[in-house]
Design a protein. Structure first.
Length: 270
């Protein structure tokens, strides 16, 4: 499987660095796949694919039935099938496929680009009884305004909002999907996870991601990977009449109970 340059404990992989390769074993197939984060490249717990599904074609992650899968549609439209359930999807839609249910993404006439997180179910994890399979980054059912996360605010920085899209409260038992919405001047605090990999993407706009000890300029499509114990965060440093929001999404794998404790919600899988 193709991977990016070795990740080590942390790396930001810019969209321009992705290397796409054919994924379907057919000479006429046009669907391509990049894998900026994976154990083969040094990640501990998580694989992150970027798949460009050509019009009329479909993609199923390798061994999806044996793993957890989470999807964010970055561009285009089509359908997502999880086990026996199918839903039309488009930009900003999210999909969760628990262990035991095959995930298949299919593109319509304009094609579909998706980011796909994968992880084997950790020992001792219990499947949710009725997990939510389809959602959106804009789902505000569990929305934390001015959320400091697991980091510590300085009392002066304006904090961003976060939507919990897939998490234990929706029945996700391994992977999670959170959406950080940084309006101009807002920050999602620098923090770390003691036992989890973090893989998240810049979904919309331009901003900065913190990794290790410094801020890096990023734009929509770029990826951050941080292993356990590595500081990371996100911010929108831009202000003024032309500034726009900066949106990130992803989450720690396996999910970090400390994040939900900070939010005042239970980390018990529903």
């Amino acid at each position: 499987m193709q991977t990016s340059t070795f990740l080590g404990t942390a790396r930001i992989i810019h969209r321009s660095e992705f290397v796409f390769e054919p994924v379907l074993d057919r000479p006429d197939a046009l669907t391509t796949l990049a894998t900026p984060v994976s154990p083969a490249a040094g990640a501990t717990h998580v694989t992150l694919h970027v798949v460009r599904i050509a019009a009329g074609e479909s993609f199923t992650p390798e061994a999806s039935v044996a793993e957890e899968n989470t999807v964010v549609v970055f561009d285009g439209s089509g359908t997502a099938r999880v086990g026996t359930e199918t839903r039309a999807v488009g930009r900003a839609d999210g999909v969760y496929a628990p262990t035991g249910r095959v995930l298949t993404l299919s593109a319509d006439n304009e094609g579909l680009t998706a980011y796909v997180w994968r992880a084997p179910l950790a020992e001792g994890r219990v499947l949710g009884s009725d997990p939510a399979l389809f959602s959106s980054l804009w789902n505000e059912t569990t929305r934390l305004q001015g959320f400091a996360g697991a980091g510590k605010g300085d009392g002066e920085t304006e904090l961003a909002a976060m939507n919990f899209v897939f998490w234990p409260g929706t029945g996700s038992c391994q992977l999670c999907l959170h959406c950080g919405i940084q309006q101009p001047g807002q920050t999602f605090n620098v923090h770390l996870h003691p036992d989890s990999d973090e893989a998240f993407i810049a979904f919309e706009g331009i901003g900065q991601m913190y990794l290790g000890d410094h801020w890096v300029d990023v734009e929509a499509g770029d990826v951050l990977y941080a292993s356990a114990g590595v500081l990371h965060g996100a911010r929108n440093p831009y202000t003024g009449p032309d500034a726009r929001r900066f949106v990130t999404c992803g989450g720690p794998t396996p999910y970090d109970p400390a994040l939900y404790a900070a939010a005042g919600v239970s980390s018990e899988v529903r």
